[in-house]
Write a protein that binds this ligand. Structure first.
Ligand SMILES: *[C@@H]1O[C@H](CO)[C@@H](O)[C@H](O)[C@H]1NC(C)=O
Ligand SMILES: *[C@@H]1O[C@H](CO)[C@@H](O)[C@H](O)[C@H]1NC(C)=O
Ligand SMILES: [Zn+2]
Length: 454
């Protein structure tokens, strides 16, 4: 359309009156947007930064995010709770700083990839001109979301929108290795406490249908190791109470439990995130020999490891009893230990879930914003694995897991991870609607006592 219609920052080079009129034009013609290829190329630039664990190029990502923030006139600071692991915190100040703020969280790291199994190199961010698919590690998990937040803010700024509530963006390290040096330390910090966060948005999962998915809680990992002992003996001898027999009895019991939980999912009675999943992840037994294992000796020790995931509604005490009485009973000389055991409750002892009904204004506003953006939502779900959102829910804060990717196969951590360019662009509009709705929300006095604001 004209000089300033593309990059509004360049307005400073033109006389004030001309710029003002052009800015007004931008305001009144919603379509006077940037060329999509410019928007996509910024996404590609972010994807091209190799932030794969275990050696993410964190500073390169930090520099990129900081330069984006500068182009948007957002306040930015880099926090290093752990040396070498920068967390970038951006701020778009609201006109009423006393109101609880909005936090848009994303992680900068990605999981490693087996390069030779990819059609296009995982950090090339190759855009297929026929399909519009952009191939890159992080295209779904979750560099898309991080940049969509920024692009949505770019559009809101261009339209002249001014937030009432302060909007923060955090780009955190280390989510893919548990978040202990990232979101966990951030959520625990004085910086975070001073931010007075009212609602957190974090990652979700793609949806193969037209409808987006949203997540209001997640399952807690319990990593269990059960150990059996028994008298050793000749491999030819039949006798009771060997370590292997004792362990196998436990494995059979655990497998029956697993099958019963899985049956509920198969029958459509429960979603994947609503059952307790148990999967055996290792078996350790046998007496090593130079050619493998000694074949005529029954060993005196055997172990198995299980990755258990509990939904927030699970009865922890009852599972603990089941483990002690049936899965690793002392009567069979079995012992057990947890390598990890995350509580399903927040620090106030309540299930760490975000309400997804009218009792939670942030949920109601989220639904409203999705409709305004001409999009649809599936019934909200429990995230089957873990995300950084748990560190915020643990503190009693509402957090919604959401990655706007409809009609997209779930390729997180898989080969050839991609996101279609149109889905990416549509997602920006969705965030524009969400951020606008959240940032303009004026708390009604009658809501003062509502839990999510406390
Ligand atoms: C448990 O260990 C004791 C002592 O070694 C042994 O007598 C008993 O048979 C073992 N029981 C089982 C079920 O392995
Ligand atoms: C609600 O909060 C506002 C701002 O903190 C305060 O001015 C108002 O008096 C409160 N209303 C009630 C009913 O507590
Ligand atoms: Zn992720």
């Amino acid at each position: 359309m004209s000089f300033c219609s593309g990059r509004y920052e360049s307005c400073q080079y033109y006389p004030y009156s001309l710029c003002l009129s052009v800015l007004l034009l931008v305001t009144f013609t919603a379509t006077a947007a940037e060329d999509p290829s410019t928007i996509l190329s910024r996404f590609q630039q972010y994807l091209q930064i190799n932030t794969a664990q275990p050696q993410p190029h964190y500073y390169e990502a930090a520099e990129f995010i900081t330069s984006q923030a500068k182009s948007l006139s957002l306040e930015s600071q880099t926090l290093e709770f752990v040396k070498g692991k920068p967390l970038i915190l951006l701020k778009w100040p609201g006109s009423d700083p006393a109101l609880p703020s909005i936090l848009l969280n994303s992680h900068t790291d990605v999981v490693p990839s087996e390069h030779h199994k990819w059609t296009h190199p995982p950090f090339s961010a190759h855009l297929d001109s026929t399909t519009g698919n952009i191939f890159a590690r992080g295209s779904q998990d979750m560099k898309c979301v991080g940049l969509q937040y920024l692009e949505a803010i770019r559009k809101l700024k261009a339209s002249g929108f001014r937030p009432l509530r302060t909007v923060y963006l955090s780009f955190v390290p280390d989510e893919e290795i548990g978040g202990n040096d990232g979101a966990a330390k951030f959520a625990d910090s004085d910086v975070f406490a001073k931010m007075n966060v009212g609602i957190v948005l974090d990652e979700g999962l793609p949806s193969p249908t037209d409808n987006y998915r949203a997540f209001y809680g997640e399952r807690s990992p319990w990593w269990l190791v059960v150990k059996a002992v028994g008298a050793p003996g000749h491999g030819a001898k039949l006798y009771d109470n060997t370590a292997m027999e004792n362990l196998l009895k436990s494995i059979e019991t655990i497998r029956r439990f697993r099958a019963a939980q899985f049956d509920l999912v198969k029958a459509g009675l429960k979603a994947e995130g609503e059952v307790i999943s148990v999967n055996m992840v290792f078996l350790k037994a046998g007496t090593p020999s130079p050619s493998g294992f000694v074949m005529n000796l029954q060993p005196s020790e055997a172990q198995a490891g299980f990755d258990i995931r509990l939904p927030p509604t699970a009865d922890q005490a009852s599972l603990e009893r089941r483990i002690a009485e049936e899965w690793a009973p002392a009567s069979r000389n079995m012992t057990f230990e947890f390598k990890q055991k995350v509580s399903v409750n927040d620090k106030f002892g309540r299930p760490a879930v975000t309400a997804v009904d009218s009792s939670n204004i942030w949920w109601a506003l989220f639904e409203e914003a999705i409709i305004k953006a001409n999009a649809k939502l599936e019934k909200p779900e429990i995230f089957p694995a873990s995300t950084d959102a748990r560190y915020f829910r643990e503190r009693g804060l509402p957090a919604i897991g959401f990655s706007p990717m409809a009609n997209t196969p779930i390729l997180l951590h898989d080969h050839n991870e991609f996101l279609n360019k149109d889905e990416y662009l549509k997602g920006i509009d969705v965030y524009e609607s969400i951020i606008e709705t959240y940032a303009s929300y004026v708390q009604h006095p009658r809501d003062n006592a509502s839990r999510e604001e406390l």
